[in-house]
Design a protein around this ligand. Structure first.
Ligand SMILES: [Zn+2]
Length: 246
């Protein structure tokens, strides 16, 4: 029988029929896997525990042509505290949905998997502010997708702007913009740029060290939201997903 084992996180699901569920899995080695979990919503099902959002486990999959069904799962981590806190649950949902928009079938992505795994762990088990973890996730997510914000050079003229007194930020241009280049809105606080630079230097396993002052957090979230919208494209789905960000 063509079964295979893969370590994956449940990044989405859709219920169908009375007791079934279609799962989206993010596997570090295989990317996105859409699979059926039959009868998993029955209280007696051996799949009940694994067919839940954010669960990390080793999934045994039955593969028949392009149809994949979950046979069994050795659950390694449920990140259970996420279910007990609305803000943390929402943040975890945004992170998993953002992963779903970029992961591809049969395409390994260990870096993004590591980012998601660590951010889910810190959301569940650390006392970090969920918005600080979301900011850290978004910066690394943009970087991973090739949209690392330009922070020391003007995103338009490429001049080194570290000594400039007044700077702007353009999500569309891809980072900081000098006063001589086309810009809009208010100048950006240089502490915002410095915080972004430092967060990008942290490895995933140290992202719980991100602790931002309220002013910085409030300034960074809208910039990163616009950067993600620019990256994903201005369509209803991206807009609906990113509107969940505060
Ligand atoms: Zn410039």
């Amino acid at each position: 029988m063509p079964t295979e084992l893969t370590q994956a996180i449940v990044t989405g699901y859709t219920d169908y029929r009375d007791n079934d569920r279609m799962l989206t899995l993010f596997s570090a080695s295989r990317g996105r896997i859409d699979c059926k979990a039959r009868n998993c919503r029955k209280p007696t099902s051996k799949l009940l525990a694994c067919a839940q959002p954010f669960v990390f486990g080793e999934f045994e999959l039955f593969v028949n042509n392009d149809r994949v069904t979950v046979n069994a799962c050795d659950v390694r981590e449920t990140f259970y505290p996420l279910r007990e806190d609305v803000d943390r649950f929402m943040t975890a949902s945004i992170c998993t949905q953002l992963c779903n928009t970029v992961i591809e079938h049969e395409s390994a992505d260990e870096q993004l998997f590591s980012l998601l795994y660590h951010v889910l762990s810190f959301l569940a088990y650390s006392d970090s502010d969920p918005n600080d973890l979301l900011i850290a996730f978004l910066l690394h997510y943009l970087d991973h997708a090739g949209y690392r914000p330009s922070l020391t050079r003007c995103a338009i003229c490429r001049r080194d702007v570290r000594a400039d007194a007044v700077l702007y930020y353009s999500a569309e241009a891809g980072g900081v913009v000098c006063a001589a280049c086309p810009h809009s809105g208010k100048p950006v606080d240089k502490l915002v740029l410095e915080a972004m630079r430092r967060i990008l230097l942290l490895p995933h396993e140290e992202l719980r060290r991100v602790v931002l002052k309220t002013e910085l957090r409030d300034a960074m979230l809208p910039l990163l939201k616009r950067a993600c919208l620019h990256m994903l494209g201005q369509n209803d789905r991206s807009a609906a997903l990113l509107d969940q960000i505060g």
